[in-house]
Design a protein around this ligand. Sequence first.
Ligand code: AMP
Ligand code: MG
Length: 339
Amino acid sequence: MIRVIKLSVTGLLLSLSFFANAQWFTHSFEVMGTLSHVEFWLDEPTASQNDSGSVDKTNGNEKAQALIAQVEQEMFRIDQQMSPYKEQSELSLINREAANRAVTISAELFDLLIVAQHLSKISDGAFDITYASIGYQYNYRDKKRPSQAVISEALPAINYTAITLQKENSTVFFNHQGMKVDLGGIAKGYAVKRCLNLLKKAGVAHALVSAGGDTGLLGDRHGRPWLVGVKHPRAEHKMAVHIPLENEAISTSGDYERYFIEDGVRYHHIINPKTGDSARKVVSVSVIGKDPTYVDALSTTVFVKGLAEGLALINKLPEYEAIIIDNQQRLHYSKGLLQ
Ligand code: AMP
Ligand code: MG
């Protein structure tokens, strides 16, 4: 009996090493306060077998390991630069100084601020990184929120038109005291985009990179589409829908990510810039399109706008589609997904 098992295990090992020169590599790690994941296919020489005899996918190949390290470093680099929680970040610097003087910033941050401003314009201010002027007063873990009096006083500081960006000197100036910005609605998508580009440049043709609810895909899953799940908004480990995708990005914004409930009201991390309160018209929005940065920002935007206005915006943008889950947990699709 034992001999039979031994024989079959050996047979399995032989067949694994036979196929091991082309395989999937996966790695998950925590960054930007969320779980990130990278997965790619590499047609490169041999994976190693570890002591227990199984193929070690993460450590099996030098090139794969180097790529995984680069992806991790890139995510951490962007976090160091754009986190509002790190005193040394460029973002913290502008939040401290830009209301007093024009602050010179990196071309990279400058360009992302330009994209954020563009999103604010096309969404009529539903996407607004200055939401943080009030947003920083919420603490979902400690169930803290600003009073209506505090919100009313700080509300004028939510105003993206008060951000002045000057291309020639690469400067940013806040034309309002007390104004703060936060890139939580766009930076993860940007990080996904950077990591996908890095893999593409290295010759990878099939990859998935995700940071929290933001996912970017290179190619297909080697002969079949990637199946990306949209979480069920009220059942933690369930999916509401699975979507087959190739060469696309998809971002989901949900009111279940960071929230607390007080007197039956859900306070969560997506803020309506017009009220300073959480947006409550829908419970989940996924946006699909080519550019991971835009789909990230657009999912937050459509969440704020709600079903009718959100779909109207997406239906005006031919390169983007949306799946919205409303308050009654009904699914709605943008035009391009219904054809
Ligand atoms: P996401 O999970 O991509 O929808 O992004 C949610 C994050 O976006 C929040 O945690 C905030 O950091 C940020 N955010 C919240 N409300 C807004 C808003 N109205 N405009 C831009 N960013 C926002
Ligand atoms: Mg988003």
